[in-house]
Write a protein that binds this ligand. Structure first.
Ligand code: ADP
Ligand code: MG
Length: 628
């Protein structure tokens, strides 16, 4: 509970006690009026001020205005009719405030819950200085510095292990409880917790560019991207409140006037004004206004707890309607870690071919490049390479020791007019041309992720009607992977542009309401990520461009999380619709009862606070995600 909430609680208790006390004394007339005004002002002064400010700023029709008019009206009526019954007006204010308090408590709690779940913000980084450790602000650590992370501490900045072994808890990032072992040379991302050994890490990024900062940014900005349902609610409230106020006015004036002029009966002003005031209390839209954004907020929080970052509530909405899932192959369904299976060449030795390949690939972030460099085993001497040109979807050309070298697929060889020899082995064939002459090829192959097959099955189970794989790789490899995973349709040997066109085709050929999701690692497919109805990126392996372009980020690259994300989004949308129907339903019933005079103000305020509490509790359900 924060200070404001505590203060509010004190006000609620004091005025409630005073009301109980007052019910034992029979104060009437002016004394009664003054005695009741004390708890009324204690509990309601801020609402009155807000209502007044609203009128002054010409933004009249809000909840505070409704409450102020209703309660002041009820007090005036009691005073005018000399009934001395002010209890109702004070009670309405009291309950309204109890509802507000509850809501702010619940919102605060779920906000805290989310940041606790996402408790990844590091407070400091350790730097070695004069034989000791010094704590510094992670913001001040330059790229390439050595930081020390002790057991129990959070890794503050992305980097590479220089010294030490340890296991890391990546739970806060990925929702995965299994620890990950790291050793010298491994990349580690910030936000993990170091559990066992002391690690010296050479930072590869600044703090602001590190994984933690990116994630925190994403989560903090998520609520600014509003969904259609949220938009609907705020537009609804804008029309609704004035409409209610006008109806109340009509209800207060029209029946008495008709009675007087047409029926020549007693006008019954008091009765109708009271009904109009009741109508105002009933119509307060707070349950809706608060519970819808809260549901989305909780849904986003629940998803991030499961290692799925959703960048806004609109994406939860789209995700829940996804019917087609399109995958990239390399790095998405497969691990993107290629093993060399064969080297076939003319005159050069194996080592030479790999060396040339590694040199040409030395500055690319494509999984193939990384794998070829791993196969080379040494640090390529970059000073030998110049004029590097990466041709996406084809390969790379560069000069090594002043000689032209090309490394890529058959499309690249065609482009360079170099006749190539096709390989009998199944795999991704990396052809090489040196000085315009065909020099041979390296056969590499990738393995599918262990969860890919289950992921496709899980998607079918949640009602995805079509799964598609797009790849720039050779047809043989692509067909084999798709077949082993149970994917419906494959398109292979695509250039990055072809991928966009294919996705566009698929989007145009489906029904408007069914949404298409594209899942990729962002290497050669960032444009597709933004073109799809919803782009899902691999967060750990994926490029920064992917994380930027995507709407949803899977923190641990596990394709199983796609079905999970869809389930989370559906649960969240379910809760949103339940709340809308429930809150509007109860409102309509109460409004009708109020208009014909069956409901009094007591019922009205109970209905309002009750609906709100139930709706808020329901919203918070979205925060909890069952382990699948
Ligand atoms: P995917 O669709 O499977 O993710 P890409 O579009 O990234 O594949 O690449 C398609 C093909 O282009 C690869 O299978 C490879 O043959 C070739 N290629 C792309 N980048 C490189 C590279 N850096 N080195 C060698 N070949 C490459
Ligand atoms: Mg790719």
């Amino acid at each position: 509970m924060n200070k404001k909430q505590k203060k509010m609680l004190v006000r609620i208790i004091v005025s409630a006690l005073m009301m109980i006390g007052l019910s034992f004394v029979s104060a009437t007339g002016i004394t009664g009026f003054i005695l009741y005004m004390i708890p009324y002002l204690i509990i309601g002064y801020d609402i009155l001020i807000k209502a007044f400010k609203g009128i002054k700023n010409r933004q009249v029709f809000d909840e505070s205005f409704l409450m102020a008019v209703a309660t002041i009206g009820a007090i005036a009526l009691a005073f005018y009719e000399k009934s001395g019954d002010y209890t109702e007006a004070v009670a309405v204010m009291l309950f309204y405030q109890i509802g507000e308090w509850f809501q702010s408590y619940a919102v605060g709690k779920s906000r805290r819950n989310i940041s606790e779940l996402m408790d990844i913000r590091p407070d400091y980084a350790n730097i070695e200085k004069d034989g000791g450790l010094e704590r510094v602000d992670p913001d001040e650590v330059e790229t390439g510095s050595i930081i020390v992370v002790q057991p129990g501490e959070k890794v503050p900045i992305d980097g590479i292990v220089e010294e030490g072994n340890s296991s890391l808890n990546t739970g806060a990032l990925t929702g995965e409880s299994l620890p990950r072992d790291v050793k010298v040379g491994d990349e580690i991302v910030s936000g993990c917790i170091n559990m066992t050994g002391v690690l010296k890490i050479r930072t590869t990024r600044e703090f602001g560019e590190s994984t933690v900062s990116k994630i925190l940014d994403l989560v903090e900005n998520a609520s600014s991207r509003k969904s259609k349902s949220e938009d609907f609610i705020s537009r609804f409230a804008k029309v609704y409140t004035p409409a209610v106020c006008i109806s109340a006015l009509v209800l207060a004036l029209l029946p008495p006037v008709i009675r007087m002029l047409i029926l020549s009966a007693d006008a019954q002003w008091g009765v109708w004004i009271y009904r109009a005031l009741t109508f105002l209390v009933i119509s307060c839209p707070c349950a809706l206004v608060i519970s819808i954004p809260l549901s989305f907020f909780a849904g986003i929080g629940g998803a991030s707890n499961a290692g799925v970052l959703v960048k806004g509530s609109n994406y939860l909405e789209t995700l829940s309607r996804t019917k087609i899932v399109v995958f990239d192959k390399t790095g998405t369904l497969t691990q993107g870690v290629f093993e060399v299976n064969g080297i076939h060449h003319n005159e050069l030795e194996n080592e030479k071919l790999i060396e040339y390949a590694a040199l040409v690939e030395s500055s690319s972030s494509h999984p193939i490049s990384k794998s070829l460099q791993r196969a080379y085993g040494k640090k390529p001497d970059r000073s030998r390479v110049s004029e590097i040109q990466e041709i996406s979807g084809k390969g790379i050309i560069a000069k090594v020791d002043g000689i032209d070298v090309a490394v890529g697929n058959s499309k690249l060889m065609d482009k360079l007019n170099v006749p190539y020899i096709n390989c009998h082995q199944v795999g991704t064939i990396i052809h090489m041309a040196i000085n315009g002459e065909y020099a041979g090829h390296i056969v590499i192959s990738d393995i599918v992720k262990p969860t890919s097959k289950d992921a496709i099955r899980a998607l079918k189970k949640v009602g995805i009607t079509k799964t598609v794989m797009l790849t720039g790789d050779a047809k043989k490899v692509a067909d084999q992977v798709a077949e082993s995973l149970g994917i419906d349709t494959v398109y292979s040997e695509l250039l990055p542009d072809d991928k966009v066109n294919k996705v566009e085709e698929l989007i145009n050929s489906k029904e408007e309401k069914a949404k298409l999701a594209f899942v990729g690692d962002g290497i050669n497919d960032a444009p597709v990520l933004s073109r799809a109805d919803i782009g899902i990126a691999m967060g750990a392996m994926g490029s920064d461009a992917a994380i930027e372009a995507a709407d949803v980020v899977l923190m641990d690259d596990d394709p199983m999380k796609i079905a999970k994300a869809i389930k989370i989004s559906r649960k969240c949308m379910g809760i949103v619709y339940q709340n809308i129907v429930f809150a509007i339903g109860v409102k309509v019933i109460c409004l009708l009862l109020g208009a014909v005079g069956i409901a009094n103000m007591w019922l009205a305020i109970f209905a309002d606070v009750g609906v709100m509490i139930i709706a808020v509790l329901n919203a918070i359900r979205a925060l909890f995600v069952k382990k699948l």
